[in-house]
Design a protein around this ligand. Structure first.
Ligand SMILES: [Zn+2]
Length: 371
């Protein structure tokens, strides 16, 4: 059985071993094989233990669903969530009570449906508050008194009706934007009769009159109090932003380049029809107050409100990865999302820092911290 290679036999001639020697060699071989098998079994057992430990001890993180927000500017999961591998050990779990430097405030489910970041559309209807809405008329007595004549209601702003109103915070910023437009371009802004806040009753009446184009009550961005329709007033006439004359093109370009400085975004960009559900040409002149930080980021990344709310929800949860950036005016912001947990939610907010909280009317709260 011990057949040798002819070449080695020539150089290392061995005498035939004795029976005892052969038995010893066989036993030695058996022991060697057993030892190798033992080592292999040990390696297999150790590997299985490590795999099992990894599976049980992992952070259970689920890759965010990106199907809702397919945009070239949307951060990829790799950039915004903890990558797997080594850094798993440094992942900070979402804690409740909050981490050091934070304290919790308790907010109701009604508050999750209020604030400048509420997403209002056919799938996320707005719940009208029981009490008075936080709205203010476009004109105060002073401005009406200063108006040069009856048709000119203020130096920078005209409206179809003196009863048009808007959320009070949004209104302050809207007026600033209108003043800047008349100063820089010489045009007044016009707001049509139903172009500001719409109550349930107003929306219902519009829907009955124009069922093809108006939304049912609660499903219009105007119901939030943060949306406003802008038109151009010149030479005694009103022009839609989408009109193709030079003045309208100039003003549309100015508003789209500057609205974010006043906290506004174009709510229904014609190129975002698939996301917003608003057909192009139907409400192209509708602007929406979201606050300066969010308007800046949405404009820079070309995200509509539907996309932005989904990005915050999927990638920037509290305790994981907060959204941080500096605006063109040098303001530093930190933004994070807190999921609603039921009728009340403990929302972690930073201690000793200036912050605001808004519901998203969908899944929770967005905290905006100014550094
Ligand atoms: Zn509108």
């Amino acid at each position: 059985m011990n057949r040798r290679d002819s070449s080695t036999r020539d150089y290392f001639p061995n005498p035939r071993p004795t029976r005892t020697e052969r038995l010893r060699r066989r036993r030695r071989k058996q022991i060697t094989i057993l030892a190798i098998l033992g080592i292999l079994a040990l390696i297999l057992i150790l590997s299985a233990v490590f795999v099992l430990k990894d599976a049980i001890g992992g952070d259970g993180e689920v890759t965010p669903d990106t199907s809702e927000v397919l945009d070239a500017t949307t951060p990829s999961p790799d950039e915004t969530t903890e990558p797997d591998g080594e850094s798993d050990e440094t992942t900070v779990p979402v804690t409740n009570p909050p981490a050091s430097g934070y304290t919790s405030i308790i907010l109701s489910s009604a508050e999750a449906g209020a604030g400048p970041l509420v997403l209002v559309n056919a799938t996320h209807p707005f719940t009208f508050p029981n009490g008075d809405a936080d709205i203010e008329k476009l004109y105060d007595a002073n401005e009406l008194a200063q108006a040069p004549d009856k048709t000119m209601k203020s130096l920078y702003l005209l409206a179809g009706s003196e009863n048009i109103s808007l959320n009070s915070t949004a209104l302050t910023h809207f007026k600033d934007m209108c003043r800047a437009l008349v100063t820089e371009k010489g045009y007044n802004v016009y707001v049509d009769n139903n172009g500001g806040y719409r109550s349930y009753a107003t929306q219902e009446s519009l829907y009955k009159t124009y069922p093809q184009t108006a939304n049912p009550p609660g499903q219009s961005d105007h119901n939030s109090g943060y949306g406003i329709n802008m038109a151009v007033f010149m030479n005694g006439r009103v022009y839609k932003f989408s009109d193709s004359n030079d003045a309208c093109r100039t003003i549309l370009a100015w508003v789209n380049a500057n609205a974010h400085k006043y906290g506004f975004v174009r709510r229904f960009d014609p190129t975002k029809e698939s996301q917003t559900g608003m057909p192009a040409g139907l409400d192209d002149w509708h602007y929406r107050y979201v606050g300066e930080a969010h308007a800046y980021y949405m404009t820079q990344t070309n995200l509509c409100l539907e996309e932005y709310i989904a990005v915050l929800e999927n990638y920037y949860s509290y305790g994981e990865n907060h959204l941080k950036f500096t605006t063109d005016t040098g303001k530093q912001y930190e933004i994070y999302f807190v999921a609603q947990t039921g009728s009340t939610t403990a929302v972690p907010v930073p201690t000793g820092k200036s912050y605001t909280v808004s519901g998203n009317n969908h899944s929770g709260f967005i905290v905006t911290v100014e550094a």
